[in-house]
Structure formats: C-alpha cells, structure tokens
Design a protein around this ligand. Structure first.
Ligand code: FRU
Length: 503
C-alpha cells in the first residue's frame, strides 16, 4: 500500500520524537559507552576501591567526582553486583566532607566486631581510606575509617580519625585484609615518593603497629601507589604463594601509569621477593590498566579476583567520552603458574556468563584473508599453531583505514597490540604499540574481549595480560588473520557475541 506523503512525514516525525525521547531517558547507549565493562552513569571515575564480597553481593567502590567528568571532589562511588558483571550503581558512599577528599582504600568485613562499630552480634563493613587535605601549610595524607551497618548503603566516618598520621604529603592507598595465621588485620600502604610499601598490623582497625617496609625494588621511576598483597594459588595443585602488586606512575615501560608485581613469601611481618625467573613482571602490558585491587572476603577456595581502572594518567582527562569518563576492567581471577620457563602470574577474565551466539573458527587462514564481521561487544578465543620465526595474529578492522593489530612477533620475541591506527588519537601519548616479552615454550593462545572503546588481550595461557583503550570510527569489526610471508598459520577457536550488562 502506498502511504500518503503527509503520513510518511508524520511517521518520520514520530520516529524522530521517539528517538529524541529515548536519547534523553536512555543511559549506557552513548558513543563509546562500554557494554561489558563497568562505567558510572555519569561523571569521572579513577581507581577501584574497597572491593569486598558481603552478604552475597560484590561491592565495587571507586574514586568518583560527583560533580563532573574530570578529577576532583574525590569521593567513593558505589555499585553492587551478584555476579561480578551486571552492576547496579548506588548513591555515593563516602563523599568529600569538611575539606577532606576520600582517596583510594579498601573495605573489610568485620565478622567479630573487632572495631566495635557493628551492632551487637552482627558483622559490618569497615572502610579504610586515605583522607586528603590541602591547606596553605601543604597537603596531608592520613589513613581513616568509615563504617556501614546496612550492607554498605550508608557510611559514617569514625570520630577518632585519622588512625595513622605520619604528617606526610604522600602516604596513601591502604590495602587491608584479615591475616588468618596471625589473627590480626594487616595493612599494606604506600610511601609513594620513597618507593616503599609499609606493613602494619592491628587487632581493632583503630590502633596500628608498624611491621616492616618493602622497597625500593624493581621499577622506581615514578610514584608507588595502590599496593595490594595477595595470597594466590597455583593453577594446578595445592601450592600457594604471595604476590605484592604496586602501581607506578609515571615511568611504566608502556609509558605513564602501570603496575609491577613481585612473587615471593610473606612471613606475617615481612615480604621477601623471590629471585626465580618470572617472579617480577607487569600485571598488564597494555597502557590502560591501573590501580587494580582484589576482593576481600571471597568465599573460601575461590581464586582472588582483581579489578583495575582501564586508563592511564597520561591522558585520562582527555578521553572523548561523555557524560562519564573512566571505566573498570573485566574482573580477573588470579593464580600463578610454574612451568619449564619459570614463574608467572596468570589472569583469567570472568566473562563466560554473558557469552551468546557461539561460532567456531577453524579455517587455516593465509595472507590477510577476512573471515568474520562482528559488532562489539564480543570475545575471541584463538589457538595458533605457528612455525618458527613467523609474525602472525589478528587485525580488527573498523574500516579500510582504521584497525588494531594484535600479534605474536617471534623474531622480536614479543606479543604486541598496535593501536596507532585504531581511531581517535586522544593525545600524543595515546597512539602506541604495546609489547610484552614472549616466553619460549608457552603456547600461542589468545583471548580478546572487545568492547566499544577497549580491547583486553590475554595470551600464553593468561600469563600475558594487555589492556588498551581504542576509539574506533565504527563498532563493526572485520576480523582478519595475518601472517608474515603470507604463509597460513593454522588457527582454531571460538567467537562469542557478548550480552550487554546494562540490559
Ligand atoms: C592513583 C591515585 C591514588 C590516589 C587516587 C586519588 O590513581 O593517585 O594514589 O589515592 O588516585 O584519586
């Protein structure tokens, strides 16, 4: 049936009206809005804070500016989830107050009311955060407490704050957990300009006793921030060991902010790094993963879960997103491997729950043949079988001039992600090809999680993690396998569409 012109116009107008209305009311649909990564509805976020599992909820607190999408008025934003992927944003947990900003810190479950903050015979949540004061006499950073007796919905600052004050301008990011062996609380906190992590213990979270210092060690070019001490299991068997993770800003090998880890032993007082090959490395070899911390109070026998801020202080303020700026990484389960090549930290993203529409990849592709077209978000899980000295991998093309290349360069001994042609340039520090050392005798497997403005890569059995932001001109990706010499490198694997977490 032919529709008369005026009706066509009317329909067009109605459609436009619906579109405008949906633009106004809809959230999480803006250009570049992450679909499988957490980002706040609006405004600025940086580090994750106070990750804790309590009464069947995962809590994600985060450095948040409630007033705009640049850094400032630092407060703790708050979101909860029952599965680590679908998040509900709640009201601000710990706001800036009386000139005190709430910087990074952690939350513990006080099961036995050691702090005296909980209601009688109840457990409750206690936050240990850095209070930041700026005054004409200079800046001051101290460690402070706040508590919640209603599952993290409302928070009260402790009247006796601060609980540790060294009269320093740089003293921050306490990571507190319960030390089962010693039967007390343990804090790792950073002395950023001294390149030290200081350990303290406490029986009640209020009085703290200094135990020891770790550092300077490893990379010391920038400030040390966001320490985290974790007990991690072996990927197979019953063994455990300790990992100390430390943020470095600037001066990371990828440029700007990054994070190094040390594997070693902690005897209840002192952390000693192992000297075995692979005991010192980078938790992430991309440019965009910083201040990752682990969940407190996870159910017994669960591997530690880490979430990081997917960003870099070099250009965090310039990201072309609005009305929010900043996002978190996919949560990753941690363990360590010990194989013929030595130790390594291994990371496995928590993602399976939102997989849909599985496709097999099995062709032995050659040259630059394209095999699939996908819309973000999606996941690729690939196993390559390469002959020696090849450069090979995969390109994600959003048009003829824009792509990101992820590959294994055997002659150079590197795994890499090249985003120099990925799309918007953001800043002079943004275009980059990030690299990680390839380890001999580990397989050429590759997992990619591709969202609207980021690519997370995991290679060589999860012992290399590489996360980078990208701002491509389109969300459709042609997947093209390539190899140097044009000789096909056989690849098998799977592709999944991922279901957006906001629907
Ligand atoms: C790291 C950091 C922390 C600090 C917070 C302030 O990204 O500088 O050391 O607590 O951000 O927002």
């Amino acid at each position: 049936m032919r529709v008369p012109l005026n009706k066509t116009l009317l329909r067009g107008a109605l459609a436009l009206g619906t579109l405008l209305a949906s633009k106004q009311t809809s959230t999480y649909e803006e250009d570049y809005r992450p679909q499988v990564h957490f980002s706040p509805r609006k405004h600025w976020t940086n580090d994750p804070n106070g990750l804790v599992y309590f009464h069947r909820e995962y809590h994600l607190f985060y450095q948040f500016n409630p007033f705009g999408n640049e850094w400032g008025h630092m407060s703790w934003g708050h979101a909860v989830s029952t599965d680590l992927l679908h998040w509900t944003e709640l009201q601000v947990a710990i706001p800036e107050e009386n000139g005190e900003m709430a910087f990074t810190g952690s939350v513990v479950v006080d099961r036995d009311n050691t702090s005296g903050f909980c209601a009688p015979k109840q457990d409750c949540l206690v936050a240990i955060y850095t209070g930041y004061h700026d005054s004409p006499e200079g800046a001051r950073q101290t460690q402070n407490l706040a508590y919640s007796v209603d599952d993290g919905r409302t928070w009260t600052r402790y009247a006796g704050n601060p609980v540790i004050d060294l009269h320093l301008a740089d003293f921050r990011d306490p990571s507190v957990s319960w030390d089962e062996k010693q039967n007390h609380w343990l804090m790792a906190v950073s002395l950023p300009t001294q390149h030290k992590v200081r350990f303290y213990s406490s029986s009640n979270l209020k009085q703290w006793t200094q135990l020891s210092d770790f550092g300077p060690a490893g990379d010391v070019q920038g400030a040390w921030e966001c320490p985290d001490l974790l007990r991690i299991p072996a990927d197979r068997g019953k063994e455990n060991m300790w990992a100390l993770k430390i943020g470095l800003n600037p001066g990371s090998p990828q440029g700007g902010s990054g994070e190094q880890y040390f594997l070693g032993e902690f005897d209840g007082t002192r952390f000693v790094a192992s000297a075995e090959p692979g005991s010192h490395g980078w938790t992430n070899y991309g440019k965009d993963d910083y201040c990752a911390i682990s969940f407190n109070a996870l159910p017994r026998n669960e591997k530690p879960v880490l979430i990081g801020w997917m960003n870099n202080w070099q250009y965090a303020a310039k990201l072309p997103t609005s009305p929010w700026r900043g996002q978190m990484s996919i949560p990753r389960r941690l363990c360590f491997v010990r194989d013929q090549s030595g130790f390594a930290l291994k990371q496995e993203p928590v993602i399976a729950l939102i997989r849909a529409g599985e496709t097999d990849v099995s062709a032995p592709p050659g040259g630059h043949r394209e095999s699939h077209v996908l819309e973000t978000p999606f996941e690729l899980d690939l196993q390559f079988r390469s002959s020696p000295n090849q450069v090979f991998g995969v390109r994600l093309l959003s048009d003829e001039r824009h792509w990101t290349e992820i590959g294994f360069d055997q002659p150079k001994g590197q795994f890499y992600m090249d985003r120099t042609k990925s799309g918007a340039t953001v800043s002079q520090d943004f275009p980059a090809s990030t690299t990680a050392p390839l380890v001999a005798r580990r397989a050429f497997d590759l997992k990619l999680i591709v969202d609207r403005c980021s690519i997370e890569a995991y290679a060589q059995n999860g012992t290399i993690a590489m996360s980078n932001l990208v701002f491509p001109p389109s969300q459709n990706n042609k997947i093209a396998f390539f190899s140097s010499s044009g000789k096909p490198v056989p690849v098998t694997g799977k592709i999944w569409q991922l279901r957006p977490i906001w629907k």
